[in-house]
Design a protein around this ligand. Structure first.
Ligand SMILES: [Zn+2]
Length: 288
């Protein structure tokens, strides 16, 4: 008789973090498949986090579809909205208290300021053309309001921006794409951490959640490299643990253009209805 070996659980914790604002498409499939494979290779834990922060755009039907589509692909996770886990809740819409705590720490630490610029002000002052899906570079018009932050008991009503250390180099080693370098103030300006409509911004929510859920490695698309630089500043300001990063190549079409995020023809749902198998779909989005 052999004693049952006591297995040391792997410290690796990864996550899948889809937003239920549309159907998952083959670009998502590739990133999520990579996240799944890396968690398996590390004998780690994979967390599904439903990033349903935006109350206008998030839909329950898309949340259901994403769980179903990920299962259909063959991806399995150990913690999530459907299976629970020690870091519940796994829906961002139910984690407001975590984000508020982070907002208070940033306010008290002198890292953020209320920005009262109107939409029109922001449009007029957009300094440089940015990639369409990235946050516009803010002019810094309200930077000096940092002293007013302590007057706010709650974040609602204005945009809250993180005051970046202008000129500072932010570097990190990406596990897939290698060494990365961004310069605060050149690559991005003071970014929003809490929106005027009282919704925490992506950067804040993700940084707070990855730390609270003890995520050790973040696998996501290369379109978020610049967001990683911003999040590293937030992580430092909040004195949180820094995860490792693995940014996947973006799936492009034959002409080399990045696939439109919401191209229904390339949704997993449509492909499945047309009779494609999960393996065929995964082959479609693996570099050839
Ligand atoms: Zn402003």
């Amino acid at each position: 008789m052999h004693a049952v070996p006591t297995t040391q659980a792997s410290p690796y914790r990864g996550r899948l973090a889809p937003s239920p604002t549309g159907l998952l498409h083959i670009g998502h499939a590739r990133t999520f498949w990579t996240a799944y494979q890396r968690a398996l290779a590390h004998k780690g834990t994979l967390v599904l986090r439903n990033e349903d922060l935006d109350p206008q755009r998030s839909k329950a039907k898309f949340a259901e579809a994403m769980t179903e589509d990920l299962h259909w692909l063959g991806i399995r996770w150990q913690e999530g909205p459907d299976v629970g886990g020690p870091f519940a809740p796994y829906e961002q819409s139910r984690r407001r208290e975590f984000y508020l705590a982070a907002w208070r720490r940033l306010r008290d630490g002198g890292f953020i300021y209320p920005c009262t610029c109107s939409r029109k002000d922001l449009a007029n002052s957009a300094a440089a053309p940015n990639e369409a899906d990235d946050e516009p570079h803010y002019s810094g018009r309200c930077r000096e309001r940092i002293g007013e932050a302590s007057r706010y008991e709650s974040p609602a009503g204005v945009n809250w921006r993180f005051r970046i250390p202008a000129g500072e180099e932010i570097t990190f080693d990406d596990l897939h794409l290698g060494s990365q370098r961004f310069v605060a103030g050149e690559d991005f300006g003071d970014f929003v951490v809490w929106r005027r409509d009282d919704v925490p911004a992506y950067q804040l929510a993700v940084s707070a959640d990855d730390a609270a859920m003890q995520i050790t490695e973040v696998v996501r698309g290369a379109d978020l490299l610049k967001s990683t630089a911003r999040q590293l500043l937030l992580v430092r300001a909040l004195a949180l643990a820094v995860p490792a990063y693995y940014h996947c190549d973006l799936v492009r079409d034959e002409a080399g253009a990045r696939l439109a995020k919401r191209n229904d023809a390339l949704s997993l749902r449509k492909l499945r209805e047309q009779g494609y198998s999960p393996q065929q779909v995964l082959n479609m989005c693996t570099p050839g």
